[in-house]
Design a protein around this ligand. Sequence first.
Ligand SMILES: CCCCCCCCCCCCC/C=C/C(=O)SCCNC(=O)CCNC(=O)[C@H](O)C(C)(C)COP(=O)(O)OP(=O)(O)OC[C@H]1O[C@@H](n2cnc3c(N)ncnc32)[C@H](O)[C@@H]1OP(=O)(O)O
Length: 719
Amino acid sequence: MAQYTRASGFVGLITLQNPPVNALSAVVRQAIVDTVKIALSDPKVKSVVICGQNGNFCGGADIKEFGGEMTGPPLIPMIHAIEAANKPMVAAIEGNALGGGLELALGCHYRIAHSKARLGLPEVTLGLLPAAGGSQRLPRLIGVPDALDLITTGRIVTAAEALRLGIVDQVTEHNTVDAAVKFALSVAGQPLDARRISTFPCPRPPDSDALFEEAMRKVRGSARGAMAPVACVQAVRAAATLPYERGMEREKELMATLFTSGQARALQYVFFAQRAVGRWSMPSGAGWDTSKPRPVNKAAVIGLGTMGRGITVALAQTGLSVVAIETQEKQLMEAKQAVTSMLERGAKRRGAAPALDRISYSRNIQAVADVDLVIEAVFEDMALKLEVFRQLSAFCKPGTLLCTNTSALDVDELARGTPNPELVVGMHFFAPAHVMKLLEVVYGKRSSPQAVATAMQLGKKMGKASVAVGNCRGFVGNRMLRLYVEQAFFLLEEGATPELVDGALEEFGFPMGVFRMSDLSGLDVGWRTRKAAGQAQPGEASGQSARIRNGSRYSPIGDLVCEQGRFGQKTGRGWYQYDKPGSRVARSDPWLHSFLEQYRARHGLVARSIDRQEVLERCLYALVNEGFRILEDGIAAGPEDIDVIYVFGYGWPGHRGGPMFYASTVGLPKVLERLEHYHQAHPDVPDLQPCGLLRRLVASGSPPVHRWREVIKKLHSQL
Ligand SMILES: CCCCCCCCCCCCC/C=C/C(=O)SCCNC(=O)CCNC(=O)[C@H](O)C(C)(C)COP(=O)(O)OP(=O)(O)OC[C@H]1O[C@@H](n2cnc3c(N)ncnc32)[C@H](O)[C@@H]1OP(=O)(O)O
């Protein structure tokens, strides 16, 4: 709702009240309509201020309403009535003014913001566009290039940037509502014609056709099939080329296509999934609501390779004091230089001072003595990590949380090597750790809920989508990825090329297909793991036995490519060829194609024609099937956890909502049928056998994804 009061005698004060973010629900919209009417009809009121309660202006339209029938007064006429008012309407912006919230403020004649306010039109991230006039008013207010940037990316700006762009009229360090009331009194009675943004001509850039074509090219290149960014460009183009009323019609038309689209549903699911994973739980029943995190003011990072450096930067940028430890002098110096330049680059981008003085560097592990939490990021070697944990246990103060940044090693085994296993958790960062948004927080059998709560809270502070998962080989993300990569290898054996597989996956929306990705991250990483597991065996054995491990199909293709010294981009050769080592532009490699032909001949394999549909089904359904197993095993608490991991850590296109959501949109019976088909065709690949949970969900009528937890709970209670 919205509360109406009078301030300083002559100012009508409308306070939006819909905790926690004052979203514009039907009730709030009705209350705004009613209170605006009261204020405008009261002769004592000279001007009006609109603000939000609890220091938060407005988080936009109520996203929860989008799934159902929209009731209550619509936003557009409500904002028009505000703009048309004959008394000055002033928005007092504290906290967030996002989406419909900013559109409401743009309908006001003046905008006063607190210096800590954040403003933006993030609708595109929800598969929508700013369709309450935002796409038409913002370009008229700040010009086409800046409006295009904000609307197509959903980028949120600070009050300082908003002032520079001309979105707000004034920024205050003090009480925003007081400042707005004072301002409202100062402009009472002044003419308002020049303050109604919808009446402004849209400033037309000199070569606007070229500008829009370039914007469209850029957006199509990065959208990976998402419709909303494209519609955003079209809407802003309408603002630049059409009168306001016709622009509004175009905005509505474009929104109508997006509003009911599967992409919007998927992106809004991801929005709520991201919040749902914060309400984590462990199989013991402990969780976010029962576990209090410990305060963390000072942290240590052990091992300053690529991951350790990124983690150091992420921690320092969060405001923590960090002790960065590397035993080798040369590496320590190199790391210090790298961390310094990463911090400086980041600070320049944000227009802030680099957090250099928050970090101290040491070669001595005893420097951990006074830290609250340690993140170990040494080489992926169990013996080495056990030794580091032994030393940490000796030197850390009692109660220090010991975290390991392993991507696959057993957290329980590490915990067993310490006197306080309850203090050990995994914090699996993704490279580059200061950029990538995902963090898997891995709890072992003996991790205390408080340790998990502390790691989850630290992840949130670092701005990461943090997901609590159980301990198993590869945790959630890499455990699923193994099956996806494995299918891609099998497809090469059967007649596909890296280009075909990558093309299909990139068309689906991944930024890179599996082979281009593998060239980027280095083929030797997986090879080393396979060698350690005894899977990769040197030499070029032929015949079927060379492709079997533990009774299941195995493809040594990746191992053989590595044996040629082809490790991907870093060596200039991998699944593709590159101009020189380190170069990023992948080109088809005839050597690889003839290698594949020779390989098939040696193993008696006959290449067949494989289409993109099969590539998608084999790679994606195998991955989804493992997702069901993960849910069945209780490693992830719900489908949202898996989907957040894949969207934020593995490049799964957000407009397809994550693998489990995607499976639900394909239809679980269809996924089951295709897995049965492929399992029958490849009986030597047991991983293709449909998971019991998938069968159970289909048997229960394929409930929507938000109801899977009930089926999972029932399943676990019967085990
Ligand atoms: C047939 C065709 C018809 C077509 C036409 C139809 C027309 C109808 C549409 C009219 C035009 C609409 C145009 C406007 C659209 C919008 O405004 S879309 C919304 C845009 N806003 C956002 O994207 C902001 C989303 N929120 C956030 O980014 C953050 O929540 C925050 C505001 C920055 C606050 O962050 P933080 O403090 O970290 O809190 P959170 O944990 O994120 O959120 C707290 C809880 O609040 C819930 N929530 C947040 N925002 C909204 C929202 N806008 N609507 C509903 N709920 C919201 C969030 O989910 C959290 O709740 P829990 O999930 O229960 O934890």
